[in-house]
Design a protein around this ligand. Structure first.
Ligand code: NAD
Length: 277
């Protein structure tokens, strides 16, 4: 049976370090604060925003939800980002996605001051990640790397198969993994023979958003499986990996909940506290 890669344990190690850093910062009279920009309408975004505020509070990091009505205009939204950019008490900005259809997420990303861009949404931040010149990749890819690192899982020379090519998870992960000398394959909705490709992975990272897409038949015996997916099913959170099946063949696996998600939230706080361009 697979070893459980416990995100809560990884998160706890970071929390201790970050709380100490926040306290030390306070001693110097400086502050740090996360501004979450939340356009009303998406229930999951509100839950996420609230959980970030709770975590910030527990670490002694400042936090504020900038709430905007569902019918906010593009100009008003950009003005809110500008206010965060200019507010010296705010050190990190995170707009909740997805935005309502009438708003342009690319314009929002491009408006964020790169120095406060905790999730590498601005094209400049993303480009620096691509060329390996920034430590501040988006928080979820950093969480995946933190879990692999915490459990001393070898990456160099190994074949990592990622399923999902989003700008926020799959694509930046390619660059972080290449930076650690992995051989990387990325799969997506148009990949042929998905099972055969995924089965080659020494490490498999699922970031799709489809409950239990990754079953036992797709996993090589002894592979390490990281499940980024967060899906709601009958009031429960489930990943993209069929945990019960895959745990019988994998060497190690992250659970959902209690895996990547909790570490991701801590990575947001790390960026708010430490990010200096
Ligand atoms: P997305 O919708 O932007 O991208 C999904 C990707 O999956 C696409 O690249 C698509 O090509 C691919 N895909 C879709 N169907 C597929 C199929 N049948 N076979 C192979 N590939 C397929 O999603 P995202 O924003 O990257 O999020 C992915 C999942 O990760 C979601 O469940 C999301 O909730 C979760 N997520 C978790 C965290 C966290 O902190 N743990 C953070 C971000 C996203």
């Amino acid at each position: 049976v697979a070893q459980i890669l416990d995100g809560r344990q990884v998160a706890a190690a970071y929390k201790t370090k970050l709380a100490a850093e926040a306290a030390a910062l306070k001693q110097t009279g400086k502050a740090c604060k996360l501004a979450v920009v939340l356009v009303d309408g998406d229930a999951a975004s509100r839950v996420y925003a609230n959980s970030l505020m709770k975590l910030a509070g527990s670490l002694g990091v400042g936090g504020e939800i900038i709430e905007l009505a569902a019918q906010v205009t593009q100009e008003e939204l950009l003005a809110a980002i500008d206010r965060c950019n200019h507010d010296e008490t705010i050190t990190g900005i995170l707009p909740m996605m997805p935005l309502p259809k009438h708003l342009d997420a690319d314009m929002v990303a491009t408006r964020i001051d790169p120095a406060k861009d905790v999730d590498a949404l601005h094209p400049l931040s993303a480009g620096l990640v691509q060329v390996g010149k920034s430590r501040w990749a988006p928080c979820t890819p950093r969480a995946v790397m933190a879990i692999l690192d915490y459990y001393h899982i070898d990456i160099a020379g190994r074949h990592v198969v990622i399923i999902g090519r989003s700008n926020i998870v799959g694509k930046p992960l390619v660059h972080l993994l290449l930076g650690k000398n992995a051989t990387v394959t990325i799969c997506h909705s148009k990949t042929e023979n998905l099972t055969e490709v995924v089965k080659q992975g020494d490490i498999v990272i699922a970031a799709v958003g489809k409950p239990r897409l990754i079953g036992r038949q797709m996993i090589k015996h002894g592979a390490v499986v990281i499940d980024v997916g967060i899906n709601e099913e009958a009031g429960n959170l489930v990943g993209d990996v069929d945990f019960d099946q895959v745990a019988t063949i994998a060497a190690a696996i992250t659970p959902v909940p209690g895996g990547v998600g909790v570490v991701s939230n801590v990575m947001v706080m790390e960026a708010v506290l430490e990010k200096k361009n």
